[in-house]
Design a binder for this molecule. Sequence first.
Ligand SMILES: [Zn+2]
Length: 289
Amino acid sequence: MIQEIADRVFVELDYEGANVGCVLTDAGAIVIDTPIVPDEARHWADTVSKLTDKVLYVFNTDHHRAHIMGNQFFDAPVLAHEAAWKEMTNYKDTFIERTKNLFKKRPDIQKQLDQVKIIRPEVCFTGKLVMQKGGRELHFTYLGGHTPATSGLFLPKERILFTGDLVVVDEHPALGQCNSEEWLTKLRWLRKQKYAQIVPGHGPLCNVEASEPVSEYIRAMRSRVRSQFKSGRSKAEAAVVISQMLDFFPYRQGEKSIIEKRIRAGVSRVYDEMKAMYAQGQDNSKIAG
Ligand SMILES: [Zn+2]
């Protein structure tokens, strides 16, 4: 159900996939992310059309399927970090096929996904984009960590931050494309901010402290993968970490294999990070020596 969390600032947390939002200005609306399931994306577009007769931009907080697959249902250009545009430019037909694999038990949704056209960003930024529009100030800001594209929307007057997947609540964060060190640093920074409200990428509305379990998860992943790497185990052998991470957050019945896949991608990413870090360390010591 749609909720108004501040004057003309709306969120909908109940769709499959990521949270979505809508911020109204006197000149039209900014939509934040679009649902993965086409019927829900259409429902979201309908809901937004009851709030405004003009959508100015659809803002994608990153390029992942849970945020972008409903872009086509809005008659507005997509705004995102430049890295999201780059990623989405490389999406092939297999992208939709792989999305269907997430809904193996839902043939009705698989059928709907055949209609999806990927709408790529037309307007991109890298650091920060400040928009003064219809009496409202909006800061689109690179956050990073989760992906090189991860960005948030900050409303300075209301002190509300839409974090994208920098923060997820009660859900396994996806580390497959992360920079885990940057992610930890950004979350530490976040917890020093005074925000009235955080709209996480997934999960219920929260405050900055609710990002602590994500930090714990990333720290645990790093230390477990590091010890695998340092004991000389291969990436395949480091997969033992998957079962150790599984109970960090709840997951729905029947979704175990999807979550294991997500953790596996994280182990692989962090393993590569460790490899690069220690390789560099060795090079440095050679130079030093
Ligand atoms: Zn994401």
